[in-house]
Design a protein around this ligand. Structure first.
Ligand code: B12
Length: 215
């Protein structure tokens, strides 16, 4: 089967919330030798992006969104399970979450899964996470990197606050910070003193890998 058709099948299965079909098409793609990060990017993310656009334009509603994100997670867990069999040395430790006051987590889940699949040890704190919890987890795990997601303009300021808290608690030099989410940008990252910004999950993995190689 042509790869493009497989990607389309995965993406359509996500849009129509068919969990079993997402799982079976993702399994098929994996066994055809397509790299997991490509399956996520070209199949699963494409589907979720389409769901986001349809939701925003009022063509589908919240229950559909929730079911689609369940289907998305089922597809990702197939890949995580397949890769667990191959236990490699971890590339680094990452703490990730969506800041306090922000309940958006679909994109953040994709980023953390892609990082896990790419060989990092990832602690995903979820969404609407109190800022001190990020810091406590960084300390507890001796994390190399902190990834902060924010999707709304209001929650952007929390990214800034969290970096300030890292400084106040003498942790800024021991952990790199990456920010992301639809509301963030490269300019914002520079302004608040983050080490980097990525616009999507694929770019996040590439940038984090290059930061780790520099160490
Ligand atoms: C789905 C959705 C919701 C769902 C969230 C469900 C969930 N569990 O996530 C629900 C219905 C709950 C919701 C609620 C609200 N939403 Co909303 N929502 C969206 C929507 C339509 C899609 C977001 C999405 O999931 N996209 C798909 C994923 C795959 O893409 P993504 O999130 O952008 O993630 C990618 C990148 O951003 C990046 N990324 C994400 N996180 C991170 C982190 C790091 C570290 C890195 C490097 C990269 C990265 O990688 C991801 C994968 O490639 C967007 C509009 C849009 N098209 O973006 C609005 C949107 C984000 N929402 C918006 C708003 C205003 C709200 C509400 C305030 C609405 C309201 N009045 O109640 C509430 C927020 C409540 C709160 N306290 O947080 C606005 C934000 C505007 C702004 N600039 O402030 C948007 C942009 C809609 C709009 N055009 O106005 N929303």
């Amino acid at each position: 089967m042509v790869k493009e058709e497989i990607f389309k099948d995965i993406s359509n299965a996500v849009v129509s919330c068919k969990k079993d079909s997402v799982k079976s098409t993702v399994e098929k793609a994996f066994h055809e030798g397509i790299p997991p990060e490509v399956i996520i990017e070209k199949g699963i993310i494409r589907g979720m992006d389409e769901v986001g656009v349809l939701f925003e334009s009022g063509k589908l509603f919240l229950p559909h969104l929730v079911l689609a994100s369940d289907a998305m997670e089922a597809g990702i867990s197939v890949l995580e399970k397949e890769l667990q069999e191959v236990e490699n040395e971890k590339l680094g430790i990452i703490v990730i979450g969506t800041v306090e006051g922000d309940v958006h987590d679909i994109g953040k889940i994709i980023v953390s899964s892609m990082l896990r699949i790419s060989g990092f040890e990832v602690y995903d704190l979820g969404r609407d996470v109190p800022l001190q919890d990020f810091i406590d987890k960084v300390k507890e795990t001796h994390a190399d990197m902190l990834c902060i997601s924010a999707l709304t303009t209001i929650s952007l300021s929390r990214q800034k606050e969290l970096i300030e808290m890292l400084m106040e608690q003498d942790l800024r030099d021991s952990v790199k910070v990456m920010i992301g989410g639809a509301a963030a940008s490269m300019e914002w990252a520079e302004k608040i003193g983050a080490d980097c910004y990525a616009k999507n999950a694929v770019e996040a993995v590439a940038k984090i890998k290059s930061l780790f190689l520099q160490k």
